[in-house]
Design a protein around this ligand. Sequence first.
Ligand code: M5T
Ligand code: MG
Length: 242
Amino acid sequence: TDVQGHIKFKDVSFGYNNNGLVVLENFNLEIDPGQIVAIVGPTGAGKTSMISMLLRFYDPWQGEVSLDGVNLKDLTLESLRSNITLVLQDSFIFPMSLADNIAFANPNASREEIIKAAKAAQAHDFISRLPEGYDTIASEGGVSLSGGEKQRISLARAFLRNTSILILDEPTSALDAQTEARIFQSLSSYSKGRTIFIISHRLSTIRHADLIVTIKDGMIAEKGTHEVLVNEGKVYAELYKY
Ligand code: M5T
Ligand code: MG
């Protein structure tokens, strides 16, 4: 069940039931496949909430989210989630070899494919420097990895999973700016025929995204390329100053 990756939020209103507060209101966004879309906004703006609806961790109070023209509610969770890969800030590393960690969702992947994914995630160099390389056992009695190394392992895992939709929610927060920029370059070639969402507070990283969307007060404040938004001098331009 391969999907194109055409995503649409239509008149979505959403909040969490614990406090009744509205997080997103009249939220409208349409994304074509093949785009790298950066989601930007102050902390608490609703960025993670928005992508949580794509995986149906939560459903909208009103309006609908659709994939290739089909309301997400009309898809099985299994088919939806088999087409979406989500990488979060806190990466999960299993107590097994680094190769098996990267191939966790693709147990039949070849060593070549694993290395290719690791290279794209800027993980290949540090893995190669370990005495046991890709056969190094992570954590629980094995080697313990730094936060940034863990993030790169989970990015490699995500690249290898090879789904039409990839969502990165601050997955590079522990990396230096240069490594993050290199990963963004890999993303550009990886993005062909896919839809990629990237949430990052480091705006230098996402300035080359095809589309930058800023969220403020539960709504889309503006969208466009870096150049356009800087010139508009509103939310994005303000965030970009710091
Ligand atoms: C948006 C509230 C949160 C904030 C707003 C996850 C979660 C969030 N909230 C809840 O009430 N319950 C929850 O389970 O919703 O939060 P967000 O979508 O997490 O914001 P963000 O991703 O833009 O912020 P950040 O800090 O990751 O940049 O009012 O309290
Ligand atoms: Mg968040």
